[in-house]
Design a protein around this ligand. Sequence first.
Ligand code: 0WD
Ligand code: CA
Length: 379
Amino acid sequence: RGERTRAPDSDGVRRLPLASPTARFQPSTFTFPTEIGCFSFGPDRVAQQQSRAELKYYCEPDPGCNLSDGFPDRFIQRAPTAEHLDALLECLDDVNATRRDLAKEPIRPALCTWRGIMTKIMCTPYSTRDEWQLNATLFKGTVFLEEREEPEAAAAKYGRSDRDRLFTYWGYKFESLATVPVPPSQLQPDDPVLRERSAQVVDTNVQFCSVFRATLGKHDMVLGGEVDCLIREPRPDERVQNAYAELKTNRVITDPRQQNSFEKFKLLRVWAQSYLAGVPNIIFGFRTDDGRLSHTKRFETAELPRLVRGKPGMWDPNRCIAFAAECLTFIRDAVTVDDRRTVYLVRFNPSALAVEIHPAETDSPRAFLPGVYLEAKSV
Ligand code: 0WD
Ligand code: CA
C-alpha cells in the first residue's frame, strides 16, 4: 500500500493494480447518502427538475401473472442516445442556485457521476472479467465521469434479438405490474388503477432519479441514480429515502448451484447499487423460464452482506468500499488538467487486472460537459 506505482509507465499510462485477495487496500468508509435533489423523466424524456411525478408506490403484483403480456406492441424502448450527465448536472446547478439564494456555499464535489458508474467500480474486485471504460473530465475542481461507449456497441445492445428484448421486457414489465401511482392504502380492492397496471405501455423513457451526496473515504461525491418505487408512504419526520425500494427480477432458483450464483453475482450487484444510493429495500420478482411471475421476496440492503458472509468464494463489502475509495484517489491524482475540453480515458483492463488512466486528450471530440452546465447560474 502507499508504494503502489502511480507514476505513468513508459507508455504514458498510469496503472492501479487490483489488489489480490491477500494484499488488501486500506479499509475505507462510506457515509449514508443524503438526497439533495431529484428529477423525473416523462415519456418525452424531458427532465422535470425536483419532480417526483414518476416515483411510484410498490403494490404486490398478482402471482402467476404473465410478464410477456404486451410484448412487443406495448413496449417503448428508449433509443440509445448519448444523454451524458445533462439531467444530473442541471439538477446540481438547480440545487446550487437555491443554495446561493440562501447564502449557502455551493456543492462542489470531488466527483460527480451516475450511480451506475460507481456500482461498476465497486464491483470490480469481484467482476474481474468485465472491462469498463470511462471518460473523465476535471472542471472547476470536480471530476465528472461518464461511460465511454462506442456508438456501435450501444447500437448493438439496442438492436439485439427479439428473445433478448423479451428478457429485457420482463424486468420492466415486473416494475410496471408491481407499482401504482398512488399509495395502495388509498385504493379500493376493485380500484381501476389496479387493473390498469397490466394494460399499461411499458416505456423505458419514464424514470425517477434521486440525486444525492455521499462521502467515500476522503472524497465527497454527488451521484444520480434511478429509484424504482416507494415501499410505503414516508413519514413526515423521516427521510424519503427510507422508503425507497429497488425492484429486480430473477429466474426461480431450483438448485444450490443457482442459489450460489445468485448470491455471488446478483446480490453483489444489487447490494452495491442500492447501498450507494441509500436505498434500503430490495424486492425480487422470481419468474419461470416462460416469463410467469412465481413469487416475490423482500430483502433489506443492509442484510445482504450478512447473508453471504463466511460462505466460500463470496464478496466482502469492505473490500468493495476500500477498492472504490482507492480508485477514486487514483483518478483524482491523475486527472489534473482542469479543462472542460480535456478528456481522460479511465479503464479497467481485465487482462492486466488493473485500472488504467491514459494520457489526457486535449480539445477532445469526446468532451461531454453540456453548455447549460458550463453557462450555469451557479458554476
Ligand atoms: O446510456 C447508458 N449507457 C446508461 C444510462 C447506463 C446507465 C445509466 N444510464 C442512465 C439511466 O437511464 C438513468 O437515466 O443514467 C441514469 C441513472 O442511472 P443509474 O441509476 O446510474 O443506472 P444503474 O444503476 O446502472 O441502473 C438503474 C436502472 C436499471 O435498472 P436495473 O434494475 O436493471 O438495475 O437504470 C436503467 C435500468 O432500468 N438503465 C437503463 N435504461 C436504459 N438504458 C440503462 C440503459 N443503458 N442502464 C440502466
Ligand atoms: Ca430495477
